[in-house]
Design a binder for this molecule. Structure first.
Ligand code: LEU
Length: 292
């Protein structure tokens, strides 16, 4: 259990103006670009090119910050690197907001198949990108160290995040909280906006995220469900003993069933990013409230 984090909500004066900066159009624009690659498969030219695009996009967003670095985390067994953006704070206590960048076509597989992955998981990466933009553009100076991650090779067994979480554990990095955003833009459950997965996550931190949604994303209904397996990169952090949460777009049964096909396009989510914008608001508040 996480004995380091303070789960009280104390940063309303900072959080509210930042949340007001969330713009669904920005998330939409990033989803559009990411899903225009033929695929973002962990092997092959498109997965490398899309990784380069994410690194360039994130680098441009923090160009005026002296406290920011954007780096590849290379993986020896495949070409696509993970990407880590660090906002260095005063302490080494670390907060992670991540999602996977790769996409896959489950039937045809491989580096030549069409896999736009607009929801899985261009939506999560684009949500994270909007959080980066807002924090970078603001005068916000983190107390702790905040790391934004775009993991490689999730679709083939959480491979990228496994290597990162293991390396952080080996180095003794004091990660106090992890949020995973994997599929944020398809509202499959009509009466719920955000569904937190109970398995492979930290119960106390999940409850904290719930209080954040109630306070900062008004009108949003949230609930709990289970993946039933380590369904995304939060499981890699959980396996190393770090507290992780996985707020998801819908109940498992109601999720976007076009994922892992050529049909995972933006139009399935209504051609807008209004659902993902709710997750961006929640994630901004999560980062700032954990940071102070
Ligand atoms: N996006 C995940 C994957 O393809 C599945 C989802 C249920 C979290 O691995």
């Amino acid at each position: 259990n996480n004995t380091f984090a303070d789960y009280s909500l104390t940063q309303e004066a900072i959080v509210k103006p930042l949340i007001n900066e969330v713009k669904a159009e920005n998330i939409l624009a990033t989803i559009t670009k990411l899903s225009s690659f033929k695929n973002r498969y962990y092997k092959g030219e498109f997965g490398k090119a899309s990784a380069a695009f994410i690194k360039e996009t994130w680098t441009a967003l923090v160009k005026n910050r002296t406290d920011a670095t954007v780096e590849y985390f290379p993986h020896s067994a495949w070409d696509q690197p993970s990407i880590i953006l660090t906002l260095k704070g005063k302490s080494d206590e670390t907060i992670v907001l991540g999602g996977h960048q790769d996409s896959i076509n489950g039937s045809f597989g491989g580096a030549a198949a069409t896999a736009p992955g607009a929801d899985d998981n261009a939506s999560g990466i684009s949500t994270i990108t909007e959080v980066i933009r807002i924090l970078a553009d603001s005068s916000y100076q983190p107390e702790k160290t905040i790391k934004f991650m775009a993991y490689a090779a999730e679709e083939v067994g959480l491979l990228g995040s496994k290597e990162i979480a293991k390396s952080f554990k080996t180095k003794g990095v004091n990660v106090i909280g992890v949020m995973q955003l994997d599929m944020t833009n398809f509202q499959g459950t009509k009466d719920l906006d955000i569904v937190m997965m109970r398995d492979y996550t930290n119960e106390q931190q999940n409850a904290f995220v719930g209080t954040i949604i109630d306070k900062y994303v008004p009108g949003i209904k949230w609930g709990y469900d289970k993946c039933g397996y380590g369904c995304s990169d939060h499981a890699s952090w959980n396996a190393q003993g770090y507290p992780a949460s996985m707020p998801f777009e819908a109940r498992m049964n109601d999720m976007n069933h076009n994922i892992h096909t050529a049909r995972d396009t933006l139009s399935v989510s209504g051609g807008n990013a209004s659902h993902a914008a709710k997750f961006a608001k929640m994630a901004v508040a999560f980062v700032v409230e954990l940071d102070r």
